[in-house]
Design a protein around this ligand. Structure first.
Ligand SMILES: [Mg+2]
Length: 404
């Protein structure tokens, strides 16, 4: 890679814009960053070696993947899926993907409702304004409360509103007698952060933490959101023409989690193992991926990785679904990796909307929009708006660049 043109420095809001190209000369992408010095940029930027049309398709794929997982997974939430149910699930997907099928929209839940707010927060104010985000979350909830929000997050919204958003992080820290929530609510809505800040890893992580803390302050809730964020990020940076090696993908994630879950030297009495929870889970993901698929494997996945609303019992599961779906899975009859990912995630039962939503966001970031059946997308409420949102997210990056 080489930088062929550094356009301007010292522009408004201290963004620096550059056009980068590969040595092959044909992969160009315009990026922005918030650092003042070229040296720190070179240290922090993550190069994305694709044409901007592919990057745009990946933005669309990730947000659409998230929506489809949420909408198609929602009717199965809380289910224990049997072998017979897997046949029903196959027929359900075949029907939805039939171009002649016309049915009512599948409705989205809190996962998409909150993701909408995260996207708007980034698009409207490129300088992160977390109070604005807290207000967006609350406004979205109070305008449509029946989207399947959990009771604890509802409590946070009421406290935020009643306190006039004075301290946006206080209500969440008071949850669960001060230990904070470790639900998967931070992870399920993180896709816009991973996409928009993909070329500045440090800033991406910082924004991911601050957006999560408004509702989830337990370290497991925060690290779960970080793991989902870096999984989407890692998938985004991969060429969809190249096959993913699931074990390598998993090992790379684990390397990054080692950095993020660094144990405090004073914390030698970490008896419940929470400080390394995600590294341990990723080891299990790897162990499960190495196994040949067999009839009992799904039960082992649920037992070892989980399928419930806790972040540490659902984010690694979503990653596993995406990676397992890179090759064929018995009883899931499709050659399409995206559909296989979503269908497999739902087949595990439990918190199906959120696990399929998270797996879908990763799959869509890797494959791009073209790999997603438009017939499947059209079954989902809000799919046109989600595509528009992805385009706005994409063009707001370029918009900032152009202002420089
Ligand atoms: Mg939900």
């Amino acid at each position: 890679m080489k930088i062929v043109r550094a356009i301007k420095r010292g522009c408004k809001r201290s963004f620096i814009c550059s056009v980068l190209t590969t040595n092959a000369g044909d992969n160009v992408f315009v990026f922005k960053t918030q650092f003042n010095f070229m040296s720190s940029i070179l240290k922090n930027i993550m190069m994305i070696p694709f044409e901007s049309s592919l990057v745009k398709s990946k933005f669309r794929g990730s947000l659409l993947g998230s929506l489809i997982g949420d909408c198609l997974g929602a009717p199965f939430e809380g289910d224990v899926v049997t072998s017979g149910d897997k046949i029903i699930l196959q027929k359900y997907f075949d029907k939805l993907q039939d171009s002649n099928f016309k049915g009512p929209y599948k409705q989205y839940t809190d996962d998409t409702a909150m993701m909408k707010s995260v996207a708007k927060f980034i698009i409207d104010k490129p300088e992160p304004d977390y109070k604005f985000l807290a207000k967006l979350f609350a406004t979205e909830y109070f305008s449509e409360p029946k989207r399947g929000y959990g009771q604890n997050v509802i409590e946070v919204f009421h406290k935020l509103k009643n306190s006039k958003f004075e301290n946006i992080y206080k209500p969440a820290t008071e949850q669960f007698f001060g230990s904070g929530s470790y639900g998967n609510g931070g992870a399920m809505r993180i896709a816009p952060v991973a996409l928009f800040f993909h070329d500045n890893y440090k800033l991406m992580l910082e924004v991911a933490i601050n957006t999560t803390k408004i509702t989830h302050t337990n370290i497991l809730g925060i690290n779960g959101a970080l793991l989902q964020c870096i999984a989407i990020h890692q998938a985004l940076l991969m060429d969809p023409e190249n096959k993913i090696d699931p074990i390598v993908f998993c090992k790379k994630l684990n390397e990054k989690m080692k950095e993020l879950e660094k144990v405090d030297e004073d914390d030698e009495y970490d008896l419940d193992g929470t400080s390394k929870a995600y590294q341990d889970s990723l080891e299990i993901v790897e162990y499960l991926l190495e196994k040949e698929y067999n009839d009992g494997l799904d039960e082992e996945v649920i037992e070892k990785l989980g399928n419930d609303i806790r972040a540490h019992k659902s984010v690694p599961t979503a990653i596993y679904c995406f990676l397992r779906a890179q090759s064929e899975i018995p009883k899931i009859d499709t050659s399409n990796i995206f559909r296989r990912t979503i269908q497999y995630a739902i087949s595990l039962g439990g918190d199906t909307d959120t696990i399929a939503c998270m797996a879908g966001a990763i799959a869509g970031a890797y494959l791009g929009e073209d790999a997603i059946s438009p017939y499947l997308a059209k079954q989902c409420e809000f799919y046109k708006e989600v595509l528009e949102m992805a385009d706005n997210l994409f063009s707001s990056r370029e918009g900032v660049s152009m202002k420089c």
